[in-house]
Design a protein around this ligand. Structure first.
Ligand SMILES: [Zn+2]
Ligand SMILES: [Zn+2]
Length: 178
């Protein structure tokens, strides 16, 4: 493969993973996979969550892609590289920046702040129904997300925590993972 083909394969894999993550989060984690995802949405002080099992499953699929890719198809190997890169970005943003599993630094401005706010708003609903911001790297305007949550609450689609939309940019932290 030429370097251009490698670059395009890795980039399409990276972008594809954000779409895949959005769909999987909305329809698997908040659907039939809720049994594993649930503890990520409830306060606790444990180091690990059942939700981490998803990372084990996706990591195993990624490993299989490297094996098949090295045996049969170059492009699959590079596609797997894109998935690994997405996994690294995802865990730095989601586990590091938002949920403070690796460090405790809260961004006060810029896109990093927006990422944190968008994912905190994903955690603003109670239970698996409704909710906003199922993606991780592409974050929409928090004001629009809050308006959407309010509409879902009024329509009876979602149960929303009281602290949300109280006016300020801050969010009540109810536990390490919320
Ligand atoms: Zn979720
Ligand atoms: Zn989260």
């Amino acid at each position: 493969m030429s370097w251009l083909e490698v670059f395009l394969t890795v980039m399409s894999s990276l972008i594809g993973m954000e779409l895949f993550a959005w769909v999987a989060h909305k329809y698997i984690m908040h659907g039939w996979g809720w049994g594993w995802h649930r503890d990520h949405h409830e306060p606790h002080d444990n180091v690990l969550e059942k939700n981490d099992l998803f990372a084990v499953v996706f990591g195993s699929i990624n490993a299989a892609m490297y094996i098949y890719g090295s045996l049969y198809w170059d492009w699959l190997w590079w596609f797997a590289v894109g998935i690994t890169l997405y996994g690294i970005i995802y865990t730095l943003v989601h586990d590091g920046l938002v949920h403070q599993r690796y460090w405790k630094w809260v961004p006060r401005k810029g896109y990093a702040k927006r990422l944190v706010q968008a994912h905190k708003l994903h955690h603003a609903t109670i239970g698996k129904e409704g909710g906003v911001s199922f993606g991780f790297v592409f974050a929409r305007d928090p004001a629009k997300l809050k308006a959407e949550l309010k509409a879902q609450k009024e329509a009876g689609i979602a149960v929303v925590r009281d602290a949300v939309g109280a006016g300020s940019d801050e969010f009540e932290v109810m536990g390490r993972n919320i």
